[in-house]
Write a new protein. Structure first.
Length: 163
């Protein structure tokens, strides 16, 4: 076994289409901004991931994005004894197109118990702002044991595109 990085069906289907999708988005001022939902569904196949394996849940568009953690939601199957989950963001390129921004893999949730089936929001923060050149990937990291075959994650990330 090895530490694995898995992808939801939505991330896999959207790869290579980000530039096209980003061009289609309109930017809205903070007043009257549209709340968007990026849905995700993940069912692990036959590959078992070691402690520290992760799932890329969604990739949000480039530009200034405001994630709304308190409105975002995840349901997780029972992952097994001692398992905990972090929810956060992968490393990305800042809006200048040059500066690397380090991953914060527990930016939303740190060590949520997922030993039994659970469903919860992404934390109590009202908003978290990001400004990326190439989009922002939201991920879940599992610790305390393996990510076994047939485990599931489903939910959505609420966000706004702001000026």
């Amino acid at each position: 076994m090895a530490v694995e990085i898995f992808k939801s069906g939505e991330v896999t289907a959207g790869e290579g289409k980000l530039a096209e999708a980003a061009a289609a988005y309109r930017y809205w001022p903070a007043e009257g901004a549209k709340v968007r939902l990026a849905h995700f569904t993940f069912v692990n196949g036959s590959t078992v991931g070691d402690d520290g394996s992760s799932v890329n849940l969604v990739k949000l568009p480039a530009g200034k994005v405001r994630v709304l953690p308190i409105l975002s939601y995840i349901a997780v199957s029972a992952l097994g004894s001692s398992r905990v989950m972090d929810l956060g963001v992968r490393a990305y390129v800042a809006s200048d197109g040059v500066t690397a921004v380090a991953a914060i893999l527990n930016d939303f949730v740190n060590d949520r118990d997922v030993s039994s089936a659970t469903a919860a929001n992404f934390g109590t923060a009202l908003k978290k702002d990001y400004f990326s050149y190439n989009g922002l990937t939201i991920c879940a990291v599992i610790a305390g044991g393996t990510l076994d075959a047939a485990e599931t994650m489903e939910g959505y990330v609420a966000y706004e595109i702001v000026q």
